[in-house]
Design a protein around this ligand. Structure first.
Ligand SMILES: Cc1cc2nc3c(=O)[nH]c(=O)nc-3n(C[C@H](O)[C@H](O)[C@H](O)COP(=O)(O)OP(=O)(O)OC[C@H]3O[C@@H](n4cnc5c(N)ncnc54)[C@H](O)[C@@H]3O)c2cc1C
Length: 438
């Protein structure tokens, strides 16, 4: 039996994001009033949960999805919108840990994840403003050699030719900031409005007959013979299997599994619309950008030419009080020309970071409970892939799910007590390192 405490660890950021203002909520009319009986119950209305429901429903399973708040309330509706290929770590590092052939399988799955999202957008005509190109920008001298190594390694070992190197003057042409020493463009990656994608996919699952219960937090999950019972504040869902897709908001729902990741809060602001001309004076080709520091800055322009700028992390159970000035400071450092523009929205979200930065997939309760979390800030495409692999697993084919579930993950020792202090010390250390290197 698993149960969840009354509240989330991170529950207090109710500020409206730019994304929420750009699309109506799903506002599902489905109501869980007593007991529902389905093949599969999915917990969590972010992209992992919605993609699981979509793929399972396509395979003929009856599915009900419970979301504690609103569809897209978690990271899926709040993120930086960077739809990146690959994993959070570079392939070379993954090869060292897992061996080349396993690393290559993960790379191929990473390519598939972005291609799947593009296909879903096309097939279902989801208007979420997909734009090509993500640029990494170098803050440190050592990054230049690392970029060159990455281009060479990926070309030789993966036939990947979508990288382009930018030297100091070239990157200055592309990104109008004095901060960067070079750049690495990845033309295999994209950016988009993530909440429009999430709600767009949620509409499809509803149309296909999946019951979507919003404002329905799950309190307990019980094993009952060869079935499971999912207990919510409104009613009970009886199912053959349950998918837990709560990522950074998991808390104690899966007991000690919460020690496999550190929940961290990350913050974003959206400026007033700046107009296409000004936007392109700042980012010439409308790429999304992220830098090479440990606590990264990441940014891009929205569909209505607002600068969406993310950066700054906290690890306490509460969000910072004034996230706007927190992020504004970082943005003004990169783009002094934006210091006086109006900030229309500021918000935060919680993500799940694993120690090795790879996602954690697995099964519990004699394979009746499947979970996936820990995308470590690189989950926009991987969460959609996770749903597909979960559906394959529950349909009797665990071959590709295993590429993730076979990865071992360290627990944080005495995690419930130490995970936040440990991470806070790490952040201080890396902040100091970023400072020394800058
Ligand atoms: C600020 C920020 C910026 C990011 N930027 C990027 C980016 O640019 N690119 C990228 O690839 N990734 C990014 N990420 C990470 C990415 O957003 C996540 O990896 C991905 O969205 C995870 O999706 P998910 O469905 O697993 O989790 P979530 O979207 O967090 O969904 C989990 C859901 O579970 C619900 N839930 C929790 N407990 C319960 C319960 N007991 N009962 C019912 N429901 C419950 C929550 O309410 C939540 O809606 C970012 C994350 C954040 C926070």
């Amino acid at each position: 039996m698993f149960n969840k405490n009354k509240t989330y660890e991170q529950h207090d950021n109710e500020k409206i994001s730019y994304y929420r203002s750009s699309i109506d909520d799903l506002n599902s009319q489905d109501n869980l009033s007593s007991t529902v009986d389905v093949d599969i119950c999915v917990i969590g209305g972010g992209l992992t949960g919605i993609s699981s429901a979509l793929n399972l429903n396509n395979k003929g399973f009856s599915v009900a999805l419970c979301e504690a708040r609103k569809i897209g309330w978690g990271a899926s509706g709040r993120n930086g919108g960077q739809l990146g290929i690959g994993m959070r770590k570079d392939q070379y590092t993954i090869e060292k840990k897992l061996g080349f052939s396993h690393a290559k399988e993960l790379w191929n799955l990473g390519l598939e994840s972005v291609s799947d999202v593009k296909n879903l957008i096309n097939i279902h005509n989801i208007n979420c403003h997909l734009v090509n190109g993500v640029m990494s920008t170098a803050c440190f001298e050592k990054d230049i050699d690392e970029y060159k190594f990455e281009i060479d390694h990926m070309s030789k070992n993966y036939n990947f030719e979508e990288y382009k190197f930018f030297n100091k003057s070239e990157i200055r042409e592309e990104i109008n900031s004095e901060m960067y020493l070079s750049g690495l463009l990845n033309s295999g990656s994209y950016h988009l409005n993530p909440l429009k994608l999430t709600i767009g996919l949620a509409k499809i699952i509803q149309q296909n007959g999946v019951k979507v219960f919003e404002n329905t937090p799950v309190k307990n999950i019980y094993e009952k013979g060869d079935r499971v019972e999912v207990i919510t504040n409104k009613g009970i869902i009886k199912a053959n299997k349950v998918v837990v897709a709560c990522n950074g908001y998991l808390d104690s729902l899966l007991g000690s599994k919460k020690n496999k990741f550190i929940p961290i809060n990350n913050y974003i602001v959206a400026t007033e619309p700046l107009g296409e001309k000004t936007a392109k004076e700042i980012i010439k080709n409308n790429y999304a950008v992220c830098d090479t520091r440990f606590i990264i800055d990441y940014y891009r322009f929205s569909e209505d030419w607002r600068m969406i700028f993310g950066g700054g992390e906290t690890f306490t159970s509460k969000f910072v009080k004034n996230s706007q000035s927190f992020v504004h400071k970082r943005m003004s450092k990169v783009f002094p020309q934006l210091k006086n523009v109006k900030i229309d929205y500021s918000w935060g979200g919680t993500l799940a970071i694993t120690i090795n930065r790879l996602p954690h997939f697995g099964a519990l309760m004699n394979n009746k409970l499947i979970y996936a979390f820990g995308y470590s800030g690189h989950g926009l495409a991987l969460s959609v892939l996770a749903g597909k692999l979960i559906s394959e697993y529950l349909n009797g084919d665990n071959q590709r799910f295993k590429f993730f579930s076979d990865i071992s993950h360290m627990s944080i020792p005495m995690g419930s007590v130490f995970r936040r202090p440990i991470y806070s010390s790490a952040i201080l250390y890396y902040k100091f390192r970023d400072y020394l290197n800058s």
